[in-house]
Ligand binder design. Structure first.
Ligand SMILES: NC(=O)c1ccc[n+]([C@@H]2O[C@H](COP(=O)([O-])OP(=O)(O)OC[C@H]3O[C@@H](n4cnc5c(N)ncnc54)[C@H](OP(=O)(O)O)[C@@H]3O)[C@@H](O)[C@H]2O)c1
Length: 269
């Protein structure tokens, strides 16, 4: 049976921006299908969301359900399993698909490889493409129709040297967002992106920066971001909630919304 609450599927919910999105959506009464690879960290996010649900219940709100699916989204069978498990748990209902999982790898045209390009595109683009396809029947089943929010990057909108595969993956994701928005508009499904600037998460360290390099990267945000600081995961989560919710953004589709302290508008001088 379909739950009374809205349902969101969030990938990359075990860390950083995805974990913040999960918590904010729980606070707003969404039931959640959470995906990640790290079992403990995914369980930690799910526990926080369940605690939020407990608090909501005390205020008389509907019960929300939080489910976890562990798996590597680079593997096609994990994408299928995630969509199927979500459909089964929530009686075919899905209001929002938040394609957030992503990786960053450093490398330029001179010192990267096609293997790196394949790895980055596989998770940042191909998994989004396929998971979106798999979730369309669920997104079509709700009223108002479901929405898709892709977590892209300022690197999709602007060009930076030294992370070629990542930049290309996010630019392609932005084009995916616009094209899918046009293709799905006739059925009422909206598709938008948020494009964060530097946000304090594990992304760059997992990508290879040492603690020292990361500290100096964050310090440089005073100059690289017009607002003079990096962002926090909850600041991106607020934008994702806005774009996901038909009551807040029902007439918005195909946008790539910078959440980047003005970085996309800057030019060296
Ligand atoms: N932080 C920034 O400065 C920044 C800026 C612009 C855009 N973004 C984008 O924001 C999104 C979230 O990144 P974040 O900053 O929150 O980084 P993060 O803390 O490293 O989180 C990345 C998430 O993606 C998941 N993930 C990565 N590869 C996966 C795979 N093969 N299968 C399943 N899950 C996978 C990770 O799961 P596990 O940890 O469980 O493996 C983790 O939950 C990414 O798309 C990133 O490109 C981040």
């Amino acid at each position: 049976m379909s739950p009374a609450s809205r349902v969101a599927l969030i990938t990359g919910a075990s860390s950083g921006i995805g974990a913040a999105v999960a918590l904010l959506f729980a606070r707003h009464g969404y039931s959640l299908s959470l995906s990640g690879r790290n079992v403990q960290r995914l369980a930690a996010t799910a526990d926080l969301c369940r605690r939020e649900a407990g608090r909501l219940k005390q205020t008389g709100s509907e019960d929300i359900v939080v489910m976890e699916t562990v798996g590597d989204l680079a593997k096609p069978e994990c994408l299928t399993a995630l969509a199927e498990a979500t459909g089964k748990q929530f009686g075919g209902r899905l209001d929002s698909l938040i394609n957030n999982a992503g990786i960053l790898e450093y490398g330029s045209i001179e010192n990267s490889s096609t293997e790196q390009l394949d790895r980055v595109l596989n998770i940042n683009l191909r998994s989004v493409y396929r998971l979106t396809q798999l979730c369309l029947p669920l997104l079509k089943s709700v009223s108002p129709k479901g929405s898709i929010v892709n977590v892209s990057s300022v690197n999709g909108l602007r060009s930076f040297p030294g992370l070629l595969a990542y930049n290309v993956s996010k630019a392609a994701l932005d084009q995916f967002t616009r094209c899918a928005a046009l293709e799905l508009a006739p059925v009422g499904i909206r598709c938008n992106s948020v494009n964060p600037g530097v946000i304090v998460t594990e992304l760059q360290k997992t990508g290879g920066l040492s603690d020292e390099q990361y500290a100096s990267f964050i310090k440089r945000c005073a100059e690289t971001h017009a607002l003079g600081r990096p962002g926090q995961p909850n600041e991106v989560a607020e934008a994702a909630l806005f774009l996901a919710d038909p009551d807040r953004s029902g007439f918005i589709t195909g946008v790539t919304l910078p959440v980047d302290g003005g970085r996309h508008a800057m030019c060296p001088r």
